[in-house]
Design a protein around this ligand. Structure first.
Ligand SMILES: [Zn+2]
Length: 265
């Protein structure tokens, strides 16, 4: 079955936004994906600084939207402070996230960190996510990943395709087996590749993977397409291209996320 649902990459940079001529292909904005039906904006997965670009893709809501958050580190939430839909007050926004999304967001989108107060936004509601949530025929299923302060990934099962999003996850923990089971059978895997294999030892416990880790998961679960994300802020276009080249030797259908990349659901 062919569907009109898709994910659009709005930002895929890890840690902090970057800009400049060395970041024009893979982008400098932090993690956010739009969930789309044709040109209708149905919601977002994560609301990093990439979120602000959604109108540039001709997207607009046609009703309530749903936001699914993986965790609350700055690079995954900061865009919501500047989301026009929050402050215009004519779109209902349901924010799903692990733990306590209301406290996590309203305590920092507030004075003195920001001039507007998220807790005063009239149509924003919050719901802790524990299990699968259905949105217009798509199912969003969270699963725990390995990351400081805790985080989840999402498996999104759409009418025609399924996608797993693992933005921030350190491979090599006891959680790996459960993650493989949670994503088994998906068509597309979007996976953290922040560090190079030679960098990861110096960053143990920081909560990120390498392209080698991502390729190993992709091969294990037998997906069709691997999309690497959460690139280190210092990773230039040239460097991302080089790591994708290396990854393709192990798993051919590998690419790196870039703004505007569209993934069918
Ligand atoms: Zn994080």
């Amino acid at each position: 079955m062919v569907s009109d649902f898709r994910l659009v990459v709005l930002g895929s940079r890890g840690s902090i936004p970057v800009s400049g001529s060395e970041f024009e292909i893979y982008g400098g904005n932090t993690t956010s994906f739009a969930v789309v039906d044709r040109d209708y904006l149905l919601g977002f997965v994560d609301v990093g600084t990439g979120l602000m670009a959604y109108p540039a893709y001709g997207l607009a809501p046609d009703g309530p939207i749903d936001v699914f958050l993986t965790h609350y580190h700055w690079d995954h939430i900061q865009g919501i402070s500047m989301l026009d839909l929050v402050w215009a007050g004519d779109t209902e926004i349901m924010i799903h996230g692990p733990g306590d999304p209301e406290t996590a967001l309203t305590s920092v989108i507030a004075h003195p960190w920001f001039p507007a107060v998220l807790a005063d936004a009239p149509l924003v509601r919050y719901e802790p996510i524990f299990e699968a949530v259905e949105v217009r025929g798509m199912t969003f299923t969270p699963f725990a990943v390995e990351h400081p302060q805790g985080a989840v990934g999402y498996r999104i099962d759409g009418p025609s395709s399924s996608v797993a999003i693992v933005t921030d996850h350190e491979a090599g923990s006891a959680r790996d087996g459960a993650i493989l089971e949670a994503i088994r059978g998906v068509d597309v895997l979007i996976h953290d590749a922040q560090y190079l294999p030679e960098e990861v030892e110096a960053h143990r416990g920081w909560g990120h993977s390498t392209w080698e880790d991502a390729v190993a998961v992709a091969a294990d679960v037998g997906i069709d397409r691997l999309i690497l994300t959460s690139m280190d802020p210092g990773r230039t276009d040239t460097a991302v291209g080089a790591l994708v080249h290396n990854a393709r030797k192990r798993f051919h259908a590998t690419e790196a996320a870039y703004p505007g990349l569209s993934i069918s659901l």
